[in-house]
Design a protein around this ligand. Sequence first.
Ligand SMILES: [Zn+2]
Length: 321
Amino acid sequence: MRIAETVTFGGSGLDRAAERRGKPEELARLAADPGARALALWRGKPMLAGEERDRAGWLPMGHAVLEAADEAPVFLGLDEGAPCFAYDISDWEPEEMPDTLGAFFDPSQQAHPDAPSDHRFAELRGAMTRLTPRDAELVATAKAITGWHQTHGYCARCGARTEVAMAGWQRDCPECHAHHFPRTDPVVIMLITRGNKVLVGRSPGWPEGMYSLLAGFVEPGETIEAAVRREVFEEAGITVGAVEYLASQPWPFPSSLMFGCCGEALNDDITIDPDEIENAIWVTREEMQDVFAGTSTRLKPARKGAIAHFLIWNWMADRLD
Ligand SMILES: [Zn+2]
């Protein structure tokens, strides 16, 4: 798919400068660079800036906000030569703790008393389509990697507390000397068509009328194509023939990599697995155009910014090549 990388979080060609991660003196020099900057994250929410929270809320290195970090920062890479770091300050306590924290979408925003007045910790889902591709890549990377540190602080082999290594891209166990690397979980998401119609489904708890493409985790030992066929058959009873890869999307909620594929259905009759999804239906291209235009009374579109929205949009525009 030629326009694959225009998807949200589709990549901005960031120089991750991975060769510098293992060189402490070089990292110290990068951190001391006058152009170096830091992104603070709090319990999975990046610091965003502007009245619309439509840009990353970068702070200068050494800023007071960063003092609450209890581990070394992650070196994200070089943005036009400027070193970028991520600091997890989840130990910080705002004056008011939101009761929506951890919900699918937490609309609350937290101002830090030491940060500039237009900076807030805010849910990335609400801002992801408005960030520049570079900020989107940096913030998504920062969110995914700090989320991994938060949930992988102990050695999976011996249970000892592990230590940050390689500029935040590794954790090492001081007891058994195992190395642990950041996780990325592969997920297939598929545009399954039969003639002029596309297969969409919904999960329990979604907003009323919202339907999206079927998706599922790739299992160990499985190819992407096999995962597409298995998931669609399990969830909807549809047999899929030819499968093609279209585009990928890092999805840091918390650590997925979405493989967008298309596939041809070989039968029409849907049999859903109620343990997996609430419903699945076929929608014609014409009806989907109404859905995306907001004129459908029956259905709501997939969320903007998600690869499902991107794939359906480009299917309707005949741009999957
Ligand atoms: Zn260990």
